[in-house]
Design a binder for this molecule. Structure first.
Ligand code: PAZ
Length: 313
């Protein structure tokens, strides 16, 4: 974080960010694929969910040798897309395809056509379910997978995909589970070449612009937006989630703690809090919390659509 003389941190605005950074080389190709996908499903009268998952990296050099990563394995997004009710999905992910956490050693997989999977026997039945779901998506052409690596790739991709999906108006859900870096080194301040190791390293980072505000206001006004809030301090979780709702004006924040995120979350709206928790029996059966989150969100999304048609949104 760059600290200004007065001790406040510098926040670049989203427009300046997009003007001063370069998207990934695959962005144009990705946009074409998203347009085709969205047009096809929109014409067929289907709803589409955008799922983002995984972590974004922050390069330290323009010719990147080193980067800062975060803990996210992309499990939340991957697992969520497996559940019924999720019909047409544009899924942008960093790292993995598959419902099993990379840190659990479950699978080795490719984001596209996996032809060799090494499956830990503990996960065999789960993997069968995931593969069947994937085959179903493939057969019906209802899943579009897009990848990102850096935070810049992610932000450009998010802006493009949401702009294209805005034609769906309230018939789209945006499920933002990716762990997006909060700090980065702007391209113009980054070392061009590998940083030499002839002493210690002090990093100065800027704050990544808050993209939820332009997303809610300009990119997809009328869309049903669900963001996630991760904290490690339970005392901050609900207040920070509420603050995000107030600041950005979207529909739901799902609050989760790092250590309990797989068994407990709180769905927070402008006027309610709703806890979703796995019971001890469900945990013993390896039930996934997403099997409870997704139906609840789909129900709320339908209510949102009903209200939107009344209010003419
Ligand atoms: O990717 P994962 O399954 O390991 O973890 C999911 C998560 C904690 C990244 C997600 O639930 C989340 O909270 N995403 C938003 C993180 C944030 O506050 O930026």
């Amino acid at each position: 974080m760059t600290l200004l003389d007065n001790g406040t941190s510098e926040i670049i605005n989203p427009d300046t960010y997009f003007q001063t950074h370069t998207p990934s080389r695959t962005l144009i190709e990705d946009e074409i694929r998203v347009k085709e996908f969205v047009n096809k499903h929109h014409e067929a009268g289907r709803k589409i969910v955008l799922v983002t998952s995984g972590g974004t990296t922050v390069p330290l050099e323009n010719n990147t040798v080193r980067f800062i990563d975060n803990f996210s394995a992309g499990t939340r997004g991957a697992t969520s897309a497996e559940y019924p009710f999720i019909i047409s999905v544009v899924w942008i992910c960093g790292y993995i395809w598959g419902g099993i956490n990379k840190s659990e050693g479950g699978i080795n997989s490719s984001p596209y056509d996996p032809y060799l999977l090494l499956v830990n026997s503990k996960y065999a039945s789960k993997m069968k379910f995931v593969l069947e779901k994937y085959q179903e998506f493939k057969k019906n052409e209802t899943l579009l997978l897009l990848n990102f690596v850096t935070v810049t790739d992610y932000l450009f991709l998010l802006r493009s995909v949401t702009n294209i999906m805005s034609v769906l108006k309230e018939n789209a859900m945006y499920y933002l589970a990716a762990a997006v870096s909060d700090f980065f080194i702007p391209a113009q301040k980054m070392s061009q070449h590998k940083i030499q190791s002839d002493g210690g390293l002090t990093l100065t980072m800027d704050q990544v612009p808050k993209f939820l505000k332009p997303m809610v206001t300009n990119w997809v006004p009328g869309g049903f937006i669900v963001s996630f809030k991760l904290e490690t301090d339970p005392a901050l979780l609900v207040d920070k989630s509420r603050l995000a709702l107030m600041r950005y004006g979207h529909q739901i924040v799902i609050a989760n703690l790092l250590t309990t995120r797989k068994r407990e979350v709180v769905l927070i709206t402008q006027d309610s809090e709703f806890q979703i928790k796995l019971t001890e029996d469900e945990i013993a059966e390896d039930k996934e919390i997403e099997s409870k989150i997704i139906p609840e969100l789909v129900k709320r999304h339908y209510e949102w659509i009903r209200n939107a048609s009344h209010t003419g949104l």
